[in-house]
Design a protein. Structure first.
Length: 361
């Protein structure tokens, strides 16, 4: 790495983090600056929800290999364990890793790399998660086709910037964009064993357009997130009425919904058919996102939720086995971080739908 170029890129990225105002512009510029300092042939970067690690605000990318299928990469990420998964890196010590270094110079040990990236002549992959206060707010992939793999120095450079980029993405997660929870009746999709829509309510088909997470040019007619939920449902036990899903997901319009999957019982040919239910996200699920984005600690989030239940400081102290004085100190910090003055304002801002929508907004 060129030292002067690296130092310049570091300053530019730190300046960008301090002045970020628009999520998509920030992601694109941060990706460009990282790729300038850490030479690569392509990069992909996106913000994520800390709970689900689903992309939000869309995906920014640059690549000399436009044929690379982002949909296949994302499908591999969410449905199959592999080396340097984003979920793994988000909980690691450094949050950044290069595939060549992780595998001892054998990147093809990764199925993702061997099947999707290697055919385009790529030789190495660097992956980063952007973590702030133990919550992951973004992720990036850089790929290289030259003879030199990513170095440990390059990994450290990106790792040093990870918390700064993470904090910027956390601030941008809600800035100027109050959560919108649409009001609509739950709607249902029935998917066959090849994830094609077999039956659906009218509203469900309309929602499909807002559930794309890897970009218009990469998504299939049935968005990847819906297929992931269907996969979870098929993998569930025969007695599980409702399988795993996502308690919250931000749609392309900025509203919050939840997705759940369920196995179907019926004719043998339909044994692999599943139902995917789309409905408004719960107030608690959206509130948890806000509590995390406002930099509240785990204890402060716990106290905020008890405040929303109408508990007094004395009652909270008894529940959490701490002094009333300590609880009041925590409450003061919570009010300061959320920029409100009273408990009533706190509850209204975090736990009462601030921007309800009719139908799909």
């Amino acid at each position: 790495m060129n030292r002067s170029l690296v130092n310049s890129a570091r300053r530019d990225i730190l300046d960008l983090c301090g002045a970020a105002r628009h999520p998509q512009d920030f992601i694109h510029e941060a990706g460009r600056l990282l790729s300038r300092a850490v030479s690569c042939d392509g990069w992909i970067m996106h913000a994520v929800d800390p709970l689900t690690l689903l992309p939000s605000y869309g995906v920014s990318k640059y690549s000399r290999f436009p044929e690379i299928d982002c949909w296949q990469l994302a499908r591999r990420e969410y449905l199959n364990h592999d080396i340097n998964d984003f979920s793994e890196l988000a909980h690691s010590a450094d949050h950044v890793a290069a595939l060549g270094l992780t595998t001892g110079g054998v990147p093809d040990a990764s199925v993702r790399f061997h099947e999707i990236l290697r055919p385009f002549g790529l030789k190495d992959e660097l992956r980063a998660t952007f973590v702030a206060d133990s919550a992951c707010w973004g992720a990036a992939t850089l790929v290289r086709s030259g003879h030199l793999p990513f170095s440990a120095h390059e990994v450290r450079f990106v790792a040093d910037l990870s918390p700064h980029i993470g904090r910027a993405l956390r601030e941008l997660a809600w800035l100027g964009n109050l959560p919108k929870v649409p009001r609509f009746s739950p709607c249902v999709l029935i998917l066959d064993d090849r994830d094609r829509v077999d039956e659906a309510t009218t509203d469900a088909m309309a929602w499909l357009q807002q559930l794309k997470i890897v970009g218009e040019e990469s998504e299939r007619p049935v968005p990847l997130v819906v297929q992931i939920v269907a996969h979870y449902a098929r993998a569930s036990g025969p007695n599980d009425h409702v399988a795993g899903g996502f308690p919250r997901m931000r749609t392309s319009s900025g509203s919050w919904v939840s997705l759940r999957g369920a196995r179907l019982l019926g004719k043998p040919r339909r044994n692999s058919f599943v139902a995917v239910i789309i409905e408004p996200a719960s107030a608690d699920a959206v509130a948890e996102f806000l509590l995390t984005s406002y930099r509240l600690s785990a204890r402060e989030r716990q106290i905020a939720r008890l405040l929303a239940l109408g508990r007094s400081s004395k009652e909270i102290a008894h529940t959490l086995e701490m002094s009333t004085h300590t609880v009041r100190d925590h409450v003061k910090k919570v009010l300061e971080k959320v920029a409100v003055h009273t408990r009533a304002e706190l509850i209204a801002k975090l736990f009462v739908d601030p921007n309800p929508l009719d139908e799909q907004g």
